[in-house]
Design a protein around this ligand. Sequence first.
Ligand SMILES: *[C@@H]1O[C@H](CO)[C@@H](O)[C@H](O)[C@H]1NC(C)=O
Length: 222
Amino acid sequence: MRAILLLCLLQAAFGQYSWDRSASLTTPTSGVCLSDLTSCGCCLMRKKVERMESFFNISVEAMSMELKKSRTALNNIRESRSAFSVALNNAKQLTCYGPFPTKTVVIYKHVFINLGDGYSVETGVFTVPRSGVYSVALSAYSKAVSPFTTLAVCAELLVNGQVITGTRDMNTEDLEDSDTFVLAIQLKAGDKVAVNLPIGCSLCDDSTHYNTFTGFLLYATD
Ligand SMILES: *[C@@H]1O[C@H](CO)[C@@H](O)[C@H](O)[C@H]1NC(C)=O
């Protein structure tokens, strides 16, 4: 061993082995280490650098995959933004909708917001753009035109034609009534959500917007 070390030192001292960088980098064999101490140190360093490089390579790869996933998730959230809030009308004078002899979908004409264009001002129907949990709220107001007319403020929430919830206040003791409901509901893409006016009921509104219909996506579930 001592002899080999001595040999190495002698070789280094006499410069018999000039340090050929490319050779020592590409052929890091133990033979070279035994015969050339300079190459030996270089081999170890080279190995360490390689390990570090592959560690960094793996880390960078993992981080860019996470970044890609986050970007996709963020885009999904942006694309699925859905919120509408509408009022019955924007009239200067109190204007009533109903009563009608048959059940009628309430068409809310005044749009506060219709993000994602899910609500149709033509049909009064909100078409669910994306499956998820939605918050749906309604406020209803009506006024009897005289003490002798019946006051009936009522409205039903329809999902694909089925009544989900409603609000109802019918009496002859006062001339004004209002009602609200809010619910969180799981809806599927393509579901049709609307407000129905039951027979004999009416809703009245003006630019004060007592009658509002609101829905927004809390979070997507697909
Ligand atoms: C690290 O990545 C670079 C660029 O992709 C590549 O050239 C190099 O060979 C990689 N190194 C290791 C040790 O994997």
